[in-house]
Design a protein. Sequence first.
Length: 635
Amino acid sequence: MTTPNEPGNHKPSNEPQPAIPNQYSFLWLSAAIFLMVLWLQDGGQPRLHELAYSEFKTAVVNNEVADVTLMEESIIGTFTDSGAASFSSDTSPQESGTGFHTIRPPMEDPSLLPLLEENEVTIRATPSGLPWWQEMIRGFLPWILLLALMFWFWGVAQKRMTQGGGPFDYGKSKARRARKETSTTTLDDVAGIESAKREISEIIDFLKAPEKYRALGAEMPKGVLLVGPPGTGKTLLARAIAGEAEVPFFSISASEFIEMFVGVGAARVRDMFLNARKEAPALIFIDELDAIGRSRGTGLGGGHDEREQTLNQILTEMDGFEPHENILVLAATNRPDVLDSALLRPGRFDRKITLDRPHKEARAAILQVHARKVPLADDVDLDQLAARTIGFSGADLKNLVNEAALTAARENLHEVTAHCFELARDRIILGEERDAHLSKEEREAVAYHECGHAIMAYYLPKADPLTKITIIPHGLAMGVTEQTPKDDQYNYTESYLKDRIKVMLGGRSAEKLIYGEVSTGAQNDLKEATTLIRRMIGQWGMSEKIGPLGLSIGEEHVFLGREMGLPREFSEKMAELIDTEIQSQLLALEKSTLDFLKEHHRQLEALAQAVLKKETLSAEEIDEILRKEDARKIA
């Protein structure tokens, strides 16, 4: 595929552009309007006398009518000399003349023709009674208007096709070609995924110098699949490849293949690969591959014919690569579990590059990349900020830097300070602060609830450390207890998970301890605790009664109806036993949490009074309050 900027295809800027076809459509339309006006005008002839039908018959009886022309709904004619003199005396000069016009009654008058013949009136019959030139215009005007409309539609279609769209290019590929000189993203802008960058650099080198690899008998992979959670840099890496590659780079979203017309997706796939073959070596990037690459024939109602036809065409095109065709298909998805197995076999997507959430060092590198153009104050420590953003993806970190810059601009600062990053982090994690007019009793209940979480998180040995407590509503939460893990953690022990559940149940247990009853504020805590204990028992084998069984309990099925076609992995008795064990463990953990809070009742009261007074407590303030209460208890 050639582009206007390539050598030999450059067009000077002063080259005359083709006339817009809409101008010709305007001329056609103007001509039609002129003819219509000409048809409607009366040619300067005097106006006819308007007679009632009874007056007309009276004039015929009085021999005042010379001739008539009978039409379907009206009658026109001329008077005799006596008739003209009789009717002209009652009209204005503008209406004088020898002609008249009358409207025929809706019912047929059988006496009209005998009356006209009896009085020797000349009778003419015509469909309309219009002049010949008006009859001609009336016959051709609809065709002229139709031709004008067709020319207008044709002009719009031709213009859209020239600009890259229109009703006649549904089968054309919508893949956009990126050029190295216009791309602003390179591999230097991608941080935290060094292993993926090495893989991509090798592939780009293969495209640039295939002879070095072919001399050793190596073949380039046909497809590379970028897999990872949302925001981990899959599309960013593809843009960087477009900036680094010295070969044509075609990018498209998988959803752009599908249209309302059958067969359009497959036609666009064929056209895209045809364009890539013309300019091989080339790269093709398909974003969100799962939009068309989902398993065929799945779901309660079966598959989707158009999507599956498009997928079949992609599989066929990837199989059709000749050994000398240096074409690489790059695809990105965050749902590899839903992809069709035919896509993942060797010979299609030969390599799978996994992009996970970045670790601490990677987060620091990503923050440095996004903070290049941001003026940072001296108190900003990106390494410390990276340590406090465990679980953030690359997109989250970019959003953090942007939110901090927006906060600094809102406060009219010239530099982005550490306080701005703190506010931005709270906004992302906790949600935006909102105004909620709580009563004194509700505000107190929220304080005890959050302090119940905090007491458990502070004293339990395996729980994540506390960061802050606030009873200021954020997002949908009336209050928030924030915990931040010390390090990145990829494997969780049973003791850690049980302490985590105790922290979740701490708020509800504090309400029960203080008020003797519970409220609806623990809804989300109970949901999270139940989900976690179900996975512990059903998937991870963390139950003595159930044993080391890995069952599909608590898994989220992608396709509605897929699990309905699978045989059940366990019996009804086992399902009842699992439910009993889940309930038993939750009750035991709740009792343990309630007993622990009873032992630390004084600490709970002291922390609740402090948070009611200040609304927000940092980790240092929480530690100081609880240390004082512990010292008093020992004394």
